[in-house]
Design a protein around this ligand. Sequence first.
Ligand SMILES: [Zn+2]
Length: 84
Amino acid sequence: MSETEVKEKEKPVKLEKVAEDTGELVGKGLRKAWSVTKSFGKGLVDTIDKKEEPKDNKACPHCSASVSSDSNFCASCGKKLVEK
Ligand SMILES: [Zn+2]
């Protein structure tokens, strides 16, 4: 009986400690991952901003989607963009 008592007392303590350590590690990892994601997202937005300038866009005659003026095909409907 005394063995079971010890085991039952030890188990929650160990689990708690593991959870604490894991939570700390996950918290640290998440914070690190978040800052990486944040800078990556910022770079992505910067790239999109530079790529898609309003003056380079035109409306697709078939589906009215905004497409780049130097592309020959609509990225939305896939039809050829004919310009007069
Ligand atoms: Zn289209």
